[in-house]
Each structure stands twice: as C-alpha cells, then as structure tokens.
Design a protein around this ligand. Structure first.
Ligand code: ADP
Length: 198
C-alpha cells in the first residue's frame, strides 16, 4: 500500500490581527511546522529600508508615520514573492493583505496561480495590552515605528482599513479565531488546533 500523496492540510494561510498581536512570532513557528515560508511584508520592507534600496527609501516615510505603503507598491512586491519556488506548495502571509484593494489583488494573484486560501488565522487581543507590548519592542529592537504616537496611529489605521477585511474572509468561511492574550506557547498550540479543525 502506498500512502496517498495528496496533502490535505491547510497550507495557504494568512495570519491577521492588530499591530503587536504577535503575528510575526507565531507566523515563524507555524510556518516552520508546516514547512512553508512565512512571508512578512513588514520584514521585507524593513530589509529594504536597511539595504537602502529604492523600495526601502519609498517605504520608509510611510512606515515611520504609521501609514500603509501604497497598495500598488505592496501588491507588486507580494506578487513577485509568491511566484518564488518555495511558495509553490504553500505560504503563511503575515501583514498582507491589509486593505480591501490588497484582498482583491491577492485574489487575482492566487487565481493566476490556480490556487486559493485555505484559512485565515485571526489573533484576538486587547488594544491597551498591545500598546504596552509595542512600546517594549521599540525599546528592545529599536524599531523606529514603535513609539507611542506611531503605535496609536497604526492601531487607528488598522481599525479603519484592515479590520473590515475580517468580515470579507468571515463571509468566505475562512476565519479561525485564536486568543492572542495567552502565552506564546499557548497561542502556538491554539493555532495548531485551529488548523487541525479543533
Ligand atoms: P505591525 O503589524 O506590528 O504594525 P509590520 O511589521 O507588519 O508591523 O508592518 C510595519 C509597517 O510596514 C506598517 O505600519 C506599514 O507601513 C508597512 N506595511 C507592512 N505591510 C503592509 C501592507 N500589506 N500594506 C501596506 N503597508 C504595509
């Protein structure tokens, strides 16, 4: 008897939640377990800012003020990243899509690749708690967008532009909610459970 080669596990995933929800930390863990790349648009932008590339120079001013980088720029960047070989059998996108226009762009990219999303992992957290986490991260990592003023701005932008995406994915039956206020290990376990349909 041979084992069927069809992989039925969810491998085309998004992780969403407000700034400071712990998306990046969890994305890396879950992606490693599933042997898929964790693709963080924030990390790609930050690498470009450090490398002083043309994209980095453009992105920096938006990032430092807590605004989103224009959709056209972000969409092109994600399109080329998803076309890379390592994303062919799955991916976990962190920080994208963040606007309704980006949802539409992602739908287009996935249909070109003749595939679609399996699940949207939503980290649910309390706003005041995440402000505290981000202020701490700013001190530890020196991220220039982790000052209290920019953090508040990013939370407002999230509520206005990104929270509405949850409804869109909810209507498609893709959203799996996980409590993001638990410990890092507990959140990872809960995400694992959510992916296994528990
Ligand atoms: P956080 O989720 O903690 O706010 P990220 O590292 O995901 O941080 O993103 C940092 C910044 O990078 C955002 O505030 C924004 O300026 C830019 N950025 C990241 N992803 C996107 C996106 N999908 N669209 C537009 N801008 C983005």
């Amino acid at each position: 008897m041979t084992t069927p080669s069809t992989d039925t596990s969810a491998r085309r995933l998004l992780i969403v939640g407000p700034p400071g929800a712990g998306k990046g930390t969890q994305a890396v863990r879950i992606a490693e377990e599933l042997s898929i790349p964790a693709i963080s648009t924030g990390d790609i932008f930050r690498a470009n800012v450090s490398g002083e590339t043309e994209l980095g120079v453009l992105a920096k001013s938006f990032m430092d003020s807590g605004e989103y980088v224009p959709d056209s720029v972000t969409n092109d960047m994600v399109r080329s990243r998803l076309a890379e070989d390592d994303a062919a059998s799955g991916f976990l996108l962190d920080g994208y899509p963040r606007t309704l226009d980006q949802v539409e762009a992602l739908d287009g990219m996935l249909s070109e690749l003749e595939t679609s999303l399996d699940a949207v992992l939503l980290l649910v957290v309390e706003t005041e708690e995440v402000v505290g986490r981000l202020v701490e991260r700013g001190k530890e990592q020196g991220r220039s967008d982790d000052t209290e003023e920019t953090i508040r701005k990013r939370l407002d932008v999230y509520a206005e532009q990104t929270a509405p995406l949850i409804d869109v994915y909810e209507k498609r039956g893709l959203v799996r909610r996980v409590d993001g206020m638990a410990s890092i290990d507990e959140v990872t376990a809960a995400l694992r459970g959510a992916l296994a349909g528990r």
